[in-house]
Design a protein around this ligand. Structure first.
Ligand SMILES: Cc1ncc(COP(=O)(O)O)c(C=O)c1O
Length: 371
């Protein structure tokens, strides 16, 4: 018989807590439209499918830091998209970005065991805090200021001096805020921690040019990207990180020892997708239109909502209601199941996140049914 250990027990996966909410639409005579997870629903771009048909399944091991083609394609994309030029050696592959988000604190701690703090936005993607937990580090939630930047001045300097890294996510999941990097980069260089900028939604900035942290140089900075959202390629598990040459070299060596690698055919498809911007433009139009329809739906339900500055989530906060209450109300009136704000931080208990990942026609029909 196995005994329950006193060690780490994984918490329930947030979306698994929605079983009850998922039963509401049927009771209300509505079709369930599950928009609780930001998983793409639109087709993988045709160029990826064409390439997939012509690729032979590679027999040998793929490169862990990524093929020369993939790293060069990522570097070229950063140059075209942001005007940031860095050699392909300062880019390395990740198996989607989540494993890198979850693993980075552990790798950084191996590199500098004298530090043990991970800073992250108080309302954010839960994997930032989970990565700290998995590495046995302290996860310190940092509030966001009115400009969208983290208020690092409010954090004890002794904690900043022990920080391994600070996660920044812009455009932000779930809030849709887009922020600059000036303050976090300044604080990082003063206190010697790494800025890890999760830029996986960067193609979906709605009201200003897209930016990367690497506009501030590369020293102590990493930008993390993914093709999951950009190219509807979550199933291909292709991501990359780029920035500080010494850090990229160190991390890619450690990750090679850990056996982390993207399957070869997916690397080839990833390189081709990074070379194409047309499918991204199409996807931008889809998300934008759906966000506008979701705004209309929120308006019909008298829920306060604003167009996000970036990303593809509608973030609805209502001080008078709890997030599960909001989720139940929306599920009953529309069939849409969103994610209660508390999945992203205790300060978001009065919020609901709705991902624009339903076919547009379906959302249009819901909006029309509420008129
Ligand atoms: C903020 C953020 N970062 C990272 C990820 C991970 O995406 P992937 O592992 O598919 O690249 C997600 C996924 O939803 C996310 O919302």
């Amino acid at each position: 018989m196995t005994r329950m250990s006193a060690g780490f027990q994984p918490p329930p996966y947030p979306q698994d807590r929605l079983a009850e909410i998922r039963r509401i639409p049927a009771k209300a005579g509505r079709e369930l439209v599950d928009l609780s997870i930001g998983t793409p629903v639109d087709p993988v771009p045709a160029l990826a499918m064409e390439l997939a048909a012509s690729l032979s399944l590679a027999r040998g091991y793929p490169s862990s830091p990524g093929s020369v083609e993939l790293r060069q394609a990522a570097s070229d994309w950063m140059s075209r998209r942001f005007g940031v030029d860095l050699p392909a050696e300062q880019v390395a592959a990740t198996v989607g970005s989540k494993e890198f988000v979850a693993g980075l604190p552990g790798y950084l701690r191996l590199r500098d065991p004298s530090r043990d703090v991970v800073l992250y936005p108080a309302i954010s993607y839960p994997t930032y805090a989970m990565g700290a937990t998995l590495a046995g580090c302290r996860a310190i939630a940092v509030e966001t200021g009115p400009d969208g930047e983290l208020e690092l001045d409010s954090v004890d300097a002794a904690l900043l001096d022990r920080a391994l890294c600070c996660w920044v996510n812009t455009p932000a999941n779930p809030t849709g805020r887009v922020s600059g990097y000036e303050k976090v980069v300044r604080s990082a260089r003063e206190h010697g921690f790494v800025v890890a900028a999760d830029e996986c939604y960067v193609e979906f900035v709605w009201d200003r040019p897209a930016r990367t942290v690497l506009e501030h140089g590369t020293e102590g900075l990493l930008a993390v990207h993914s093709l999951s959202k950009r190219s509807n390629f979550a199933g291909g598990r292709v991501g990359f990180y780029a920035g500080d040459g010494e850090l990229v070299r160190y991390l890619s060596e450690v990750r090679k020892h850990a056996g982390l690698m993207i399957p070869g055919p997916m690397q080839a498809i990833g390189a081709a997708l990074l070379g194409d911007q047309e499918h991204v433009e199409l996807q931008r139009r889809r998300y934008r239109e759906r966000l506008e329809i979701l705004m209309e739906i929120a308006g019909s339900l008298s829920l306060p909502a604003r167009m996000p500055e970036g990303g593809f989530y509608l973030w609805v906060c209502d001080a008078g209601r709890d997030g599960f209450e909001l989720a139940a109300l929306v599920a009953e009136a529309t069939g849409i199941v969103g994610s209660p704000g508390e999945f992203y931080g205790t300060g978001a208990r009065n919020c609901l996140r709705i991902a624009a990942v339903s076919p547009t026609e379906k959302l249009r029909a819901i909006a029309a049914s509420l008129k």
